[in-house]
Design a protein around this ligand. Sequence first.
Ligand code: SF4
Length: 267
Amino acid sequence: MIYSYTQISQYLTCPRRYRHRYLDGWQEKDTRAAMLFGRAFEQALSAYFLREDAASVLFREWSSCQGQQLLYSKGDSWDRMLQQGIQLLDRFCQDDRIHIRQPRRNLQIKFERPVSQKNNFVAYVDAIGNVDGTRCLIEWKTTSARYPEEPDGLLALDPQLVCYSWMTGISEVAQVVFVRKRLVEVQYLRTAITDEQRTEFGQLVADTIGRIESAQFLPHSGIRFPQNPCSTCPYIGLCLGRPELAQAALVRRPGAENLGWLDELAY
Ligand code: SF4
């Protein structure tokens, strides 16, 4: 069995959600414009580091989604997102704060490590390169709102960065956040992950896999009125026994347990 950060994080969000996704094969439909735009934008970033025309790669990749019936967040449209993407690429290029040597080797890098005799853990790290002159593991994020930077040190608690630091052994980590708002912004957020955090994350992975393998899938979404996480969960139709809701949000792909690591490439 191959595990990934996305699988562990889905289980920790709600074990029932994990069962719907990875055991029963229900998968969220790829209709979220923001997610598809994020994928297209990452292709454009790769093109930038490969010294290709990043704006035309963004246009090509984003155009391939244009015919689909996408779900846009409030105020977004295909044109507006393209325009913001091009402005963000311009800003990123002008900032010139990230340098990646040998981009064919140092972008979308696959790491794999055994976590027990029969299980492996896989991660795809967006990039390894220099941020303001410091070698870092780098994650790209596209978002419509700034990431919070307060209180100081908050980024060091980001579980995905801790996971990738645990996978690679690299303590210096960075998130480069491309903020699509009226005046676009690129945030360059850096922190260091400690040995203790990496050790604890390894323990968390072992503990979570143990629970998955002993079939503990009781629902616990952390319900807290009025912020009920179930209300934004794509699997709510299954939990409520409402097939029409499930069909609107999900497609079924039996045998998904062997392919779960592919989610690493989609999120
Ligand atoms: S709807 Fe709620 S209980 Fe059901 S999978 Fe989603 S978070 Fe879990």
